[in-house]
Design a protein around this ligand. Sequence first.
Ligand SMILES: [Zn+2]
Ligand SMILES: [Zn+2]
Length: 353
Amino acid sequence: MAPVFEPHQVDAVMRAAAYRRLDFERAVIWSVKGENDPVITSLAEPFPSTPIFNLSTLEMLPLELVLSICLFLDVRSFLTFRQVNRRARVIATSGLHEYRRVAQYGLESLYAVLRTGEGIWKHYTRLLCTRRCTVCGMGFSNFLHLLAATRCCFLCLNSQPPCLQVTSLSWIAFLVPGKHTGQHYRLLVEKLQPFLRILRTLPGAYGVGKRPDVVRTSRGLLVEWNQAVNVVRSFGLESEDGRNFVQHPLWGYYVSTTLPLFDRADGQVQYGVSCKGCQCAYEDQAARYGSDHGGVLWRRSMQVYTQQDYLDHFVHCPWAICLWEASKGGTVQVPDSKEVLWRSRPLKWRKKP
Ligand SMILES: [Zn+2]
Ligand SMILES: [Zn+2]
């Protein structure tokens, strides 16, 4: 049987039958496309001029030890160290290829980490090179759950399995007997802080609908569910299994951002694509028999692939092959469905509040 496409037609196949789902990226913490570009060079490169001052007592340590310490710093402390002087900038940038990788390819997630809380480089850079969803283990996943510090796919983020659930700090504080306002609340938060990873949510629009499900104008404090259960248990309070914790279906979006994949093998960065063919098939099925969220076709339409994974999928996807044939080998533009057009619109269409 003749191959469905020739190797030189890979780009044409991707244009005709695949698309990048920017609506997924709009659902979580995001910034307007290009907004962070001006700072990439200053974050990813040291100053060209030679350092004049050294790191004082830190110079007594072997360089490898200094670099190892850097890997265990939280992101904010690491960037503060990098700003000490030109020597620190050279060490932090040129010495740590993990850092350069994140500054070059994971700036969106770096932005989210910096504005919401803390993360450790070693953990973070490992996730940048992890392909699969660490929750379901399926395929390529393009989200970083900041509180759970894990990579996950959209289906897992949306379904909120126990390991990705979050709850509000104010609710945990509410479980502690006594007054829950003003000074008492602040003291309580200070008391709980060492035991919990706390994330300050960002104002913005969240959700996958055509209009944002929620436009937040203020910031709140969210914590990981499992950690909260342990803390509640250690304080001898009620709700040991978290039954009384408040949960909101969108809170998972507030604590997540997109994370591309840096493929160590070929040095390529993958943002993920979805199949136009599967989406068309789902739309056709929905028009005939009604929406079937959770069905096989719906799940296929929600799947995100790396380029190679997509090409493997493409040769077995009859609907994608139909699109490819309609495009006459990528030489004719086949109109996309309204849904595909909407999903692939640039992020700037919806302004931040
Ligand atoms: Zn998953
Ligand atoms: Zn498909």
